[in-house]
Design a protein around this ligand. Structure first.
Ligand code: ZN
Length: 86
């Protein structure tokens, strides 16, 4: 692996895109957000369902988010913005 920025708190996963950008999943108390640092408008939010909390719900949302991230990483050819900081 090449050098990586330190992971910020809440980051649960990062995916390297085919273009060399990074898709990042960040967990918050009631949602997971996914951002691609190569695509300014590529941002998805996955909400935890308030009526169905618990580890099972969390796993479901996490898997939805990671599937999106994986799929985006496979087709994204945007280059990461120089300097990083999203
Ligand atoms: Zn992208």
């Amino acid at each position: 692996m090449s050098e990586q920025q330190p992971w910020e708190p809440g980051v649960i996963a990062r995916y390297l895109t085919v273009g060399g950008a990074t898709v990042e999943l960040v967990e918050k108390p009631d949602e997971i957000t996914g951002n691609c640092n190569g695509c300014p408008d590529e941002s998805h939010t996955f909400h935890f369902d308030p009526c169905c909390t618990g580890a099972r719900m969390e796993r479901f949302v996490t898997s939805q988010a990671s599937q999106w991230a994986q799929a985006h990483a496979e087709k994204c050819r945007a280059l990461p913005r120089p300097g990083g900081a999203a």
